[in-house]
Design a protein around this ligand. Structure first.
Ligand SMILES: O=C(CSCCNC(=O)c1cc(-c2ccc(F)cc2)cc(O)c1O)c1ccc(O)c(O)c1
Ligand SMILES: [Mg+2]
Length: 214
């Protein structure tokens, strides 16, 4: 019996999506969350913007902060060439367990490493423990009050290089005002705002793209 919303989403995907077909996994999560139970996936409107930014960046090493059910991990990884590395950090073990199964069902698990724990602990480990040199692309979608400190932590750990793309979800709703002020005014990023809508709702939201100047 599915106790949590996340387990019900997983169950719907396992029943209705096509194993090994990432697009059908994405479509079925969007179908369930728009028709049955709202959930905090980036969704299809913002997802199309995410797709376009990923395609133009053509990244080889990607970090995601905030896995949740794995929707954006599937969305990003379905666009990547073989041999790229995708790390995603999830604080909540129950979310991580569902995400791994959804990513596996989509056929993308060998591209993805789901790292369970806090970003504050894991980011400083990326170079030595996970053999990361620098990150080409970072998708920020975790606690909104951690966007700014974790971006500064990425800088401090020398994980960003000239041209690294930091793309943040929810900069209007729930909002990340200190992050926006920081990336737009600290002089280290070239910023672009992409107005859109909150997943499965008519409310306005936006993504912010911050390209590190190096
Ligand atoms: O992933 C986590 C858990 S926090 C989930 C973040 N996401 C949200 O809160 C979120 C919320 C909303 C939303 C909610 C209610 C509304 F009325 C409207 C909007 C929408 C979104 O798109 C979101 O992404 C995590 C990872 C690593 C860590 O180190 C850590 O500390 C935590
Ligand atoms: Mg979000």
């Amino acid at each position: 019996l599915c106790q949590t919303k996340e387990q019900r989403i997983l169950d719907f995907v396992l029943k209705n999506a096509v194993r090994g077909d990432p697009q059908s996994v994405i479509d079925n999560i969007d179908k369930y969350c728009s028709q049955r139970e709202w959930s905090m996936n980036v969704g299809n409107e913002k997802g199309i913007i995410l797709d376009n930014v990923v395609k133009e960046s053509n990244p080889s090493t990607i970090l995601e902060l905030g896995t949740y059910c794995g929707y954006s991990a599937v969305r990003i990884c379905r666009l990547l060439k073989p041999g790229v590395r995708f790390f995603t950090v999830e604080f909540n073990p129950a979310y991580a367990a569902v995400a791994k199964q959804i990513i596996e069902f989509a056929g993308l698990i060998d591209k993805v490493q789901v790292l369970e724990g806090s970003t504050g602990d894991i980011i400083p480990q990326l170079k030595k423990k996970y053999e990361v040199d620098t990150l080409d692309f970072v998708f920020v979608d975790h606690w909104k009050d951690k966007y700014k400190p974790d971006t500064q932590l990425l800088e401090k750990c020398n994980l960003l290089r000239k041209g690294s793309v930091v793309l943040a979800d929810n900069v209007i709703v729930p909002g990340a005002p200190d992050f926006l002020e920081y990336v737009r005014n600290c002089g280290k990023y070239d910023c672009t705002n992409f107005p859109s809508f909150l997943e499965y709702m008519d409310e306005k939201d936006a993504l912010e793209k911050a390209v590190f100047r190096g």
